[in-house]
Design a protein around this ligand. Structure first.
Ligand code: 6V0
Length: 332
């Protein structure tokens, strides 16, 4: 029984109207930060949560639902069953095994590979037209794994990659120069991790290239400071994890911004993990790593041709090599 009566002469709703649905797989610290940021920003009409831990899953769903009076209207559902994700436009995967103290990254990767073998195929079957966004670490290699396991075209499999690293980078530059981080155009590309590459040559503030600005203002060329900033970016995640146990808020905002770019067809540029073969002299193998990509409703629309110095290009190729070496050990 409906609360409202239709007005006279009203037609039924158009059959073409449909909801925007996002599924979030893994409701740990990261999955929930992403879900709640998406909720507050009204990016989706429906959010479906999935996890193997049924109690935590239901608890998180209820907790979010209880905020309905303060949020844009969004249907929130949860289930341990993948049928809950049917017809998703975007599937965000944050499920991951946690590193056991003393465990090698490769061993962790093998465990996450086993986990992805269970998670990705049903997600791909339930939402064959979805865009897959991988957040679980090591994100570049797992994005490659998700691409292989889903059978999706490469434009529909994206890793959150260095979008977060780049936002840390922009914050630190803005902090150093006392600016608004939103005015700082700056990219970290390559691996989300130790071999990431800071593109100093293309940093600009309000359209002004930063390196020549520093020279013109006769601020001593602060190579040391710049390198320190990149080091802080690389170590940022480790520091937050050592202090609070996990990272959540920044990755939540970072992935929500990617979700909006994709689902609202923003055609904006984001450094995310994409199939990098053929770009910047990367050949031999099929590495996924972050490059400045244009995102829209069909996923990755293309990669922008940022000018790289010879040194930056060399570092990027080394980063690709690092990722390919790990990929080679996967056996898929
Ligand atoms: P967490 O809090 O341990 O949450 C992981 C969740 O995954 C838990 O709720 C598990 O129950 C769930 N899970 C495990 N197996 C499955 C399964 N088969 N199906 C569904 N759910 C499952 O970890 P946290 O949320 O802190 O981190 C999640 C992942 O994100 C980790 O791999 C992190 O390393 C990674 N991050 C990636 C970042 C990036 O920039 N790409 C940033 C931060 C964290």
């Amino acid at each position: 029984q409906s609360f409202f009566k239709p007005i006279q002469g009203a037609s039924p709703p158009p059959s073409t109207s449909r909801n925007t649905k996002i599924s979030v797989v893994g409701v740990g610290n990261v999955g929930m930060a992403i879900a709640q940021t998406i909720l507050t920003q009204a990016i989706a009409d429906e959010i479906a949560l999935v996890d193997v831990n049924a109690d935590k899953l239901r608890g998180e769903m209820l907790d979010l639902q209880h905020a309905a009076a303060f949020l844009p209207r969004t249907k929130i559902s949860s289930s341990v069953d993948y049928s809950n994700t049917v017809g998703s436009d975007l599937v965000i995967v944050t499920a991951g095994a946690r590193q056991i103290p003393g465990e090698s990254r490769l061993n962790l990767l093998q465990r996450n590979l086993a986990l992805f073998s269970k998670v990705i195929p049903p997600l791909a079957t339930k939402s064959p037209d979805a865009i897959l966004m991988i957040v679980s670490n090591p994100v570049d290699v797992l994005t490659y794994v998700a691409w292989k396991l889903s059978g999706f075209p490469s434009n529909r499999v994206i890793g959150s990659g260095t979008n977060l690293d780049s936002s840390r980078f922009r914050f630190l530059i803005a902090d150093h120069l006392d600016l608004n981080a939103q005015d700082v155009q700056a990219y970290i590309v390559g691996e989300h991790g130790d071999s990431s590459v800071a593109l100093w040559s293309s940093i600009s503030v309000g359209g002004v290239p930063i390196l020549s600005f520093l020279e013109r203002q006769q601020i001593a060329y602060e190579k040391h400071t710049l390198e320190k900033i990149h080091k802080e970016v690389v170590e940022g995640a480790y520091e937050v994890i050592s202090l609070k146990g996990y990272t959540s808020w920044a990755i939540g905002y970072s992935v929500a911004s990617l979700a909006r770019a994709i689902l609202r067809d923003q055609r904006s540029i984001h450094p995310v993990s994409v199939l990098a073969k053929g770009f910047y002299g990367i050949d031999g193998g099929e590495p996924f790593l972050s490059l400045p990509a244009q995102l829209g409703r069909s996923g990755v629309l293309g990669v922008t041709n940022v000018h790289l110095t010879e040194e930056e290009e060399k570092k990027l190729q080394e980063s690709a090599k690092t990722i390919l070496e790990v990929q080679a050990q996967l056996g898929i």
